[in-house]
Design a binder for this molecule. Structure first.
Ligand SMILES: [Zn+2]
Ligand SMILES: [Zn+2]
Length: 228
């Protein structure tokens, strides 16, 4: 109600160009249409394109990467930052839509896939009030009619935010052994879609995918809104 009144007095502007926003009151149609949605899956190790959705280079990598867009894309980055750090729910709605559009056009069999969000460190989730990966994962699963598995893959330590560490080696050791599966029988022989908002060095996805594989998961598709 208050939001509606405020919208009339101060119409919200597009987070990217400052013009009038018309999609979910966050972004204008032009800026949204300019976000480039990828068409391929990628190698989790070297980002090589995998048109067939099968590993061709780094076969030892525990996951295949699906990234809807690119973090260098300014409008996409602003949507992510507004959602994650300012709690703008409408931006999250658009991100879920983008990830679903991407998912529908890549070469992947979705039947029986289990959707699992990357858990946030509990301290951070309390501060933020929500886990952005979980919000996106749940909206995505609903649109794709897939099952979710929440609170089974958990974080065992309160690691430093990965985006505050620039060195690749330090990032990898910061997150090492940070994930644990509580009930592995739920994951046995399953294909898991592991959802996160952004991937940069890939070490978070790598660690989480290793924990899933150790619990009997057959295949992991790491699905993110963007990759750096
Ligand atoms: Zn705009
Ligand atoms: Zn590779």
């Amino acid at each position: 109600m208050l939001r509606d009144i405020l919208d009339i007095i101060f119409p919200q502007s597009c987070i990217n160009c400052g013009g009038e926003s018309c999609v979910e009151k966050v972004i204008c149609k032009k800026c949204l249409d300019e976000i480039v949605v990828n068409k391929n899956l990628f190698c989790g190790e070297c980002s090589a394109r995998l048109p067939e959705g099968k590993k061709i280079c780094h076969r030892e990598c525990p996951y295949i990467l699906g990234a809807a867009g690119n973090y260098q894309d300014e409008a996409l980055r602003k949507l992510i930052l507004n959602f994650k750090f300012r709690g703008v729910k409408e931006a999250g709605v658009i991100l879920s839509r983008l990830i679903t559009d991407y998912a529908k056009q890549i070469n992947w069999s979705w039947g029986e896939n289990l959707v699992v969000p990357i858990p946030l460190a509990s301290r951070r989730e309390k501060e933020r009030g929500f886990n952005q990966a979980q919000v996106i994962a749940e909206a995505f699963a609903k649109k794709m009619s897939l099952e979710t598995e929440i609170n089974n893959l958990i974080r065992t330590k309160n690691t430093k935010p990965q985006n505050e560490i620039s060195d690749y080696e330090v990032r990898a050791s910061n997150i090492r052994g940070a994930f644990l599966v509580k009930r592995s029988e739920r994951f046995d022989k399953k294909t898991v879609v592991l959802v996160d908002d952004v991937t940069t060095s890939g070490s978070t996805l790598y660690e989480a995918a290793c924990a899933l594989k150790e619990s009997g998961v057959k295949k992991v598709l790491a699905l993110t809104v963007a990759k750096a």
